[in-house]
Write a protein that binds this ligand. Structure first.
Ligand SMILES: Nc1ncnc2c1ncn2[C@@H]1O[C@H](COP(=O)(O)OP(=O)(O)OP(=O)(O)O)[C@@H](O)[C@H]1O
Ligand SMILES: Nc1nc2c(c(=O)[nH]1)N[C@H]1C(S)=C(S)[C@@H](COP(=O)(O)O)O[C@H]1N2
Length: 205
C-alpha cells in the first residue's frame, strides 16, 4: 500500500489519539484532544494539520487507529494520551510497540524525568515512543499520560518564573527526529519550545 501524497509537502500531519474508557463513552468530556490541539496551536509556526481519534482502552482499537493514521492518513507524528499506567486496562504502550519498527527509548526516559518534577507517581507511566516505517513513509509515535495537564508538562518541560528552561521538554528533539525520518521541516515558537537541531541541519531562510 502506498501512502497518499500530501497537497502541501511542507505541512506536518499530526495524529492525535485520546485513549480513555470514560471520555470515549461520554462519562466525561474528553480534554485530551483539546489540550493537544491547543498546545500545537501555540508551539508550531510552520504549517500543520491534525487528524483525531477518541477511543476506549482496547488494544486492538488503539493499534488500528495508529496504523490508519500512519499508513492511510500519512501522519508524520502521532501522539496518544492515556492508558500508560499499571491498571489492567492500560494497554497503550503494548499497542504502540505492536505497530513499531523501531523503539525510541530516550523519549519515555525523558518524559518520566520531566514528570517526576511535577508528580511522584510519574514512574507509574510506562509511556513509550517508536518509529513506524512502511515502504514509502515513516512516523514518530509517542505516548503521553492521560492527565490533560501532563500534555504541556511533558512536551514543554519545566521553566522557572522568568521563563528559563529548567528541564527540557521532549518536543525540543521532535523536529530533528522528523527531519531524520524524511518528514517536513518543523519550526516552533521559541517562547514555547525551542527546537534543537545540529548546525548542519538548520535550514537557512
Ligand atoms: N481524555 C481525558 N479527558 C479528561 N480527563 C482525563 C482523560 N483521560 C484521563 N483523564 C483524567 O486523568 C486521570 C488519569 O488518567 P487515566 O488514563 O489513568 O484514566 P483512567 O483512570 O484509566 O480512566 P479512563 O480510561 O476512563 O479515562 C483520570 O482519572 C481523569 O481524571
Ligand atoms: N507530567 C505528568 N506525568 C504523569 C502524571 C501527571 O499528572 N503529570 N500522572 C502520573 C500518573 S498518576 C499515572 S498513573 C501515570 C499513568 O497515567 P495514564 O494511565 O493516564 O497514562 O502517569 C503519570 N505521569
Amino acid at each position: 500500500m502506498t501512502t497518499p501524497k500530501k497537497s502541501n509537502p511542507d505541512e506536518l500531519l499530526i495524529g492525535l489519539v485520546s485513549v480513555s474508557d470514560r471520555a470515549s463513552s461520554g462519562v466525561y468530556e474528553d480534554q485530551g484532544i483539546p489540550a493537544l490541539r491547543d498546545w500545537f496551536s501555540s508551539a508550531l509556526t510552520s504549517p500543520w494539520r491534525m487528524e483525531t481519534r477518541l477511543i476506549p482502552d482496547e488494544r486492538a482499537q488503539i493499534e488500528q487507529a495508529l496504523v490508519e493514521l500512519v499508513d492511510k492518513a500519512g501522519c508524520d507524528l502521532v501522539l496518544t494520551t492515556g492508558g500508560t499506567g499499571p491498571a489492567r486496562r492500560d494497554v497503550t504502550p503494548e499497542a504502540t510497540l505492536a505497530v513499531a519498527t523501531k523503539e525510541m527509548p530516550g523519549f519515555g526516559e525523558q518524559m518520566r524525568q520531566i514528570s517526576l518534577r511535577f508528580v511522584p507517581t510519574a514512574i507509574l507511566s510506562r509511556q513509550v515512543a517508536v518509529i513506524r516505517e512502511t515502504a514509502d513513509h515513516a512516523a514518530l509515535i509517542m505516548n503521553l499520560p492521560g492527565q490533560p495537564k501532563s500534555i504541556r508538562e511533558t512536551l514543554e518541560g519545566l521553566k522557572d518564573a522568568d521563563g528559563k528552561q529548567i528541564v527540557p521538554g521532549i518536543f525540543a528533539a521532535v523536529p530533528y527526529c522528523i527531519d531524520l525520518i524524511g518528514g517536513p521541516y518543523i519550526e516552533t515558537d521559541e517562547g514555547v519550545c525551542k527546537a534543537f537541531r545540529p548546525k548542519s541541519a538548520i535550514r537557512q531562510k
